[in-house]
Design a protein around this ligand. Structure first.
Ligand SMILES: *Cc1c(COP(=O)(O)O)cnc(C)c1O
Length: 371
């Protein structure tokens, strides 16, 4: 055996996205102790940068030392207690995982289903809120990576608040890629991931909780079942006031990478990053349209960072096309998931991947392979 040298790919699938050389370089710096004062300073800066990216003043904003799915579990494990009724909106794969989380936490999931490729229906959620006055939480995916659909997070949060419910929002694909305003929209608990529009290697999940969410957690009758995810314990490590105590060993180098990727976002400016994603997506759309390729999602609901295109009818072996893109062009795109398997391809323009070079490379590769 020899050292592993990965092939040079262009990552334009649903994540991970291309990691910028700056982030890779940061990650390769020497490991220091996770309680070293210098590392603690880095932790403080990461929290500040995450508050910027989430647009929040929430004190309880930090990165969970595990992938997006662990951020998801952190939200559900802490907020859902046995018997709690939770409205879960399902319009793609990640909504179905939220349902599973609610059930495993002992909660009762009231599922609001919408067609895959359509946003969450505000009317249906309102109907369930009226029919179930004892609902405690509304959970939904802001940016469904399985379909490429953006739901109306602002309106859903307003609606939930009007019915005295907390919100749990999946922003794994949203953060850094399209508009998100945690405080302005009144999001109570939110989780994201490092490997989508932050363009950091996978394995870290930024989360944020406001005072309403913390109040519910403090009033829990039973401790959180998961020791690792129990926020009361994790905060002894991430809070920093009065000195940090050992909870787990943070993935030190992964935190260097997260810090660098957040710094890149800060330097560019959040709004500029959203604009860049939207402009690149527009260019990609023009190119695909010129090739006669159609989109799954109506343009007004389409995510810029995840473009779901319909596989043309004459393509009989879609996996062969993806293999050819990968083998001949070093280009990774995503297959359809669940109900959309074999029907769509998912082309990501996330973070460092949302550049004109990538758009051009992708269109040229598609042209070559489809011919
Ligand atoms: C990728 C993704 C997740 C899961 O993140 P992992 O890092 O793969 O665990 C959850 N929700 C959405 C919307 C995602 O796109």
């Amino acid at each position: 055996m020899k050292s592993f040298i990965p092939p040079k790919r262009t990552l334009m699938g649903p994540g991970p996205s291309d990691v910028s050389p700056r982030v890779l370089e940061a990650m390769a710096r020497p490991t220091i102790g996770h309680l070293d004062p210098a590392f603690q300073k880095l932790m403080e800066e990461i929290k500040i940068l995450l508050r910027y990216a989430f647009k929040t003043e929430n004190k309880l904003t930090f990165p969970v030392s595990a992938p997006g799915s662990a951020g998801m579990e952190t939200c559900f494990a802490n907020l859902v207690e046995k018997g709690d009724k939770v409205i879960v909106c399902v319009n793609g794969v990640f909504g179905t995982r939220m349902v599973e989380n609610v059930i495993r936490c002992g909660g009762e999931a009231i599922v609001v289903n919408d067609e895959w490729g359509k946003p969450v229906s505000i009317e249906k959620v309102e109907t369930e809120l009226k029919a179930n006055p004892d609902v405690k939480i509304v959970a939904f995916v802001a940016a469904e990576t399985s379909t490429g659909v953006a739901s109306d997070t602002r309106t859903l949060c307003k609606l939930a608040r009007a019915h005295d419910c907390l919100t749990i929002v999946d922003a794994v694909t949203s953060l850094g890629g399209s508009e998100l305003d945690v405080d302005g929209w009144g999001i109570d608990a939110i989780y994201s991931g490092s490997q989508k529009c932050l363009s950091c290697p996978p394995g870290i999940s930024p989360v944020s909780f406001n005072d309403r969410a913390i109040e519910k957690i403090k009033k829990r009758e039973k401790p959180v079942q998961s020791w690792f995810m129990d926020l009361n314990l994790v905060m002894g490590y991430w809070d920093g006031e009065g000195g940090r105590s050992y909870h787990h060993t943070a993935p030190v180098n992964a935190m260097y990478a997260l810090h660098e990727s957040l710094l890149i976002l800060y330097e560019e400016g959040l709004e500029n990053a959203w604009k860049r994603h939207s402009e690149m997506s527009q260019k990609l759309r023009e190119g695909f349209n010129a090739m006669g390729i159609r989109y799954l999602v109506e343009e007004k609901y389409a995510l810029p960072q995840l473009n779901t295109i319909l596989i043309p009818d004459h393509i009989t072996d879609e996996a062969a096309i993806r293999a050819k893109l990968l083998n001949d062009h070093n280009l990774e795109i995503g297959a359809g998931l669940g109900a959309l398997a074999g029907k769509v391809w998912r082309v990501g323009l996330m973070g460092h991947s949302a550049r004109i070079e990538n758009v051009e490379k992708c269109l040229a590769a598609f042209k070559a392979v489809m011919n």
